[in-house]
Design a protein around this ligand. Structure first.
Ligand code: GYE
Length: 310
C-alpha cells in the first residue's frame, strides 16, 4: 500500500495542471499579445493550456467555461467581454471547486465567485489620458470626439469615467461626440469617418480612443479626409501597442497610456500558490500604467515591443 500511495503522490505531483482559457477574441493587437504571452507563460510553467477564442461573444465564453468545468480543469482564466451576466456560470465553476481568475476586465458578480482579478486601474488610465489633453490642448475651445471600447465592457465604462474626471475641472474641453468602435481598427476608422462627416465645418481638436487600435483606424480616416492627425486633431489613446509608437514617430499620434499584456504571469503565480496550499490572493492584482508621448523615443519603444506577439 505504501508503495502504491507513494507512486500515486509522485504521479500527482508530476501531472501537469490543466487550465482552460476563455479569451475574448483577437479584436486588437493588445489582445493578440495577451494571448501570445499566456501561451508562453503556460509553456514555461509546464501548464497544459486549453484555449478558446470567443470571437467577442459572451455566449461563446459561457459555453467554453461550461466545457472546461465538464473537463474538470484545475483552473479557468477568463477575460470577460462584458461586465454583466456571469453569475450562473461562475457559480457552476465554484460548485465544481474550479478557481477562476479574471484577466484585464472586471465583472459585476460577487468577488466570492472568482479567485482574483488581474488588471489595470482602468479609471486611472482614462484620467491619465484626459490629463494629457488638459496639459497639451491648444488655446481656447477644444472639441473632443471619443471612440469608446466594447459597449458594456469594464474598460469602456471606466475609461470613459476617468477621462471625464480629468477634463471636468478644465476650461474649454468638451466631448462633442462619443460612439463605440468595439476596440477594433475597422471600427475606429468607420466611426471616425462618421464623426468627420457629422462635424464637417466644425473644428475637432482631439480624439480620445479607448485603445490604440481604434486610434490607428481613426488616423487612417483623418489622413483620407486630407487632414493631419497628431496636428489638426490631437490623438490620445491607451494600450501602447508597437504601431502606436510608429504613428508617434510619424507625428500622427501624440500620447498613449501603457497597458501590460502580461496578465497571465501574476495570474499563474496566484494559481500556483493556491494549488500548493490554498493561499487566497488579494481579489484584485493591479498592473501599472504609464504615459508615453512623442518625447519618449517612440521608435525605441516600437523596437522593444515589436516581437511580443501584438
Ligand atoms: O485595452 C483593448 C482590448 O480589456 C483592457 O481590451 C482590455 C482592452 C484593451 O480589446 O485593446
Amino acid at each position: 500500500i505504501l508503495l502504491t500511495s507513494a507512486a500515486l503522490l509522485a504521479g500527482t505531483a508530476a501531472s501537469a495542471q490543466t487550465v482552460g482559457f476563455s479569451q475574448i477574441g483577437s479584436e486588437s493587437g493588445w489582445r493578440a499579445a495577451e494571448t501570445t504571452l499566456t501561451r508562453q507563460e503556460a509553456e514555461a510553467r509546464g501548464i497544459d493550456l486549453r484555449f478558446s477564442d470567443a470571437q467577442q461573444r459572451q455566449e461563446n465564453q459561457i459555453a467554453a467555461i461550461r466545457s472546461f468545468v465538464a473537463q474538470g480543469v484545475d483552473a479557468i482564466l477568463l477575460a470577460p467581454v462584458v461586465a454583466t451576466g456571469w453569475d450562473s456560470v461562475l457559480e457552476e465553476a465554484a460548485e465544481a471547486d474550479i478557481p477562476v481568475v479574471l484577466l484585464d476586465r472586471r465583472v459585476d458578480s460577487s468577488e466570492d465567485l472568482y479567485l482574483t482579478a488581474v488588471g489595470s486601474d482602468l479609471v486611472h488610465e482614462g484620467e491619465v489620458a484626459g490629463q494629457w489633453l488638459v496639459d497639451n490642448k491648444p488655446e481656447g475651445e477644444c472639441r473632443v470626439v471619443e471612440l469608446q471600447g466594447t459597449t458594456g465592457s469594464s474598460p469602456a465604462i471606466d475609461r470613459a469615467t476617468g477621462f471625464r474626471n480629468a477634463i471636468d475641472g478644465a476650461e474649454g474641453i468638451e466631448i462633442v461626440r462619443s460612439q463605440t468602435g468595439d476596440f477594433t481598427r475597422s471600427g475606429g476608422k468607420e466611426v471616425m469617418e462618421s464623426f468627420l462627416q457629422a462635424e464637417s465645418g466644425n473644428e475637432i481638436c482631439a480624439l480620445y480612443a479607448h485603445n490604440d487600435d481604434m486610434a490607428l483606424g481613426a488616423i487612417q480616416a483623418i489622413n483620407e479626409a486630407g487632414m493631419n492627425p497628431g496636428e489638426d486633431i490631437l490623438i490620445v489613446s491607451i494600450d501602447a501597442v508597437p504601431d502606436i509608437f510608429q504613428a508617434m514617430a510619424n507625428g500622427d499620434a501624440n500620447a498613449t497610456v501603457e497597458l501590460t499584456p502580461n496578465m497571465s504571469g501574476p495570474a499563474f503565480d496566484a494559481l500556483e500558490a493556491y494549488w500548493a496550499d490554498g493561499t487566497e490572493p488579494e481579489k484584485f492584482i493591479q498592473t501599472e500604467s504609464r504615459l508615453y508621448t512623442q518625447d519618449d523615443d517612440p521608435m525605441a519603444e516600437y523596437e522593444a515591443r515589436k516581437d511580443l506577439g501584438y
